[in-house]
Design a binder for this molecule. Structure first.
Ligand SMILES: [Zn+2]
Length: 287
């Protein structure tokens, strides 16, 4: 089984996670730029974070046999902080880099006017750079947030097939399907979507344009939720090829629209002595 996790925040995860993901079949992933929990106070903090996503984390993933890509954006939550909004000015320089396969996560957190303007201007940047957009939907007031999200997408010049609307559930899936966008689902350990609810949605809506992710980050989450959803699909009677479509081909088709996916195979962790800016993932040699 080969797995592509289309939304996971590896910066917050351990080397054990990388090894377990490789063992479960994860060979590629996308790490969206997002909020780090601790509020950032300067544009320089974003710059270093973006550089780490296209540099160090990409290198670190490769050491464990996994192809790493990222999306770059000013996230909805920090779009409300005037200390952070000048980040919008430095985005174009990142959006032209290798390894950046979409603009994201953009969208709404609390649905403020500041979020409106950051969202619309970043959709415009996606169009200019011919990149897809990964859109976060709010965890509170999800239905209203998803409606408003789709209105902003419709008013922008971005094509619906270039947009993935993420963190969907039974209440919001149909709106997004009818709009012609990709449908993203984050599978969490104990809240929101779980594997069985995901399988029920796949039975009802089919496998086209569906993206399943773990969204694992610094909160309680599980980087193997993609694998566990694949197992739940097989137990429910879906075929190996259905599983491959949802867990591999769909993310490849969506992010492949960037023209920047690199998917050739890597060996798993091999204690290589390769370095990035003089740093390796080995903490010194054996004594
Ligand atoms: Zn996320």
């Amino acid at each position: 089984m080969r797995i592509f996790d289309p939304h996971i925040h590896m910066t917050s995860r351990t080397t054990d996670d990388y090894e377990a993901m490789f063992a479960a079949g994860v060979r590629a992933l996308v790490e969206p730029a997002f909020w780090l929990g601790q509020p950032r106070t300067t544009v320089g903090s974003f710059k270093d974070y973006f550089d780490a996503l296209i540099g160090w984390e990409r290198f670190r993933a490769a050491q464990f046999g996994i192809r790493h890509h990222c999306t770059i954006a000013l996230n909805p939550k920090e779009a409300n902080d005037p200390r952070c909004t000048p980040v919008l000015d430095i985005l174009p320089r990142y959006l032209s880099k290798d390894g950046v396969v979409a603009v994201g996560e953009v969208g709404y957190d609390s649905m403020t006017p500041e979020e409106d303007s950051a969202f619309a201007s970043q959709l415009e940047m996606a169009v200019e750079h011919e990149l897809p957009a990964l859109v976060h939907t709010p965890h509170r007031d999800k239905l209203a947030g998803t409606r408003r999200t789709l209105d902003v997408v419709a008013e922008s010049k971005i094509a619906p097939e270039f947009v993935a609307v993420d963190h969907l559930n039974e209440v919001t899936v149909k709106l997004v399907k009818d709009a012609g966008c990709w449908m993203g689902f984050s599978i969490y350990p104990d809240t929101k979507m779980d594997e069985d609810r995901m399988v029920a949605i796949l039975k009802e809506y089919g496998t086209d344009k569906v993206l399943v992710n773990s969204a694992a980050d610094w909160g309680r989450s599980d980087p193997l939720k993609t694998y566990k959803t694949a197992q739940a699909m097989l137990s429910a009677g879906f075929t190996e090829s259905d599983v491959d479509k949802v867990l591999w081909q769909n993310p490849v088709d969506f992010y492949g629209q960037s023209g920047r996916l690199v998917l050739d195979e890597l060996p798993g962790f091999s204690a290589s002595t390769e370095t990035f800016a003089g740093n390796s993932v080995l903490r010194g040699g054996r004594q």
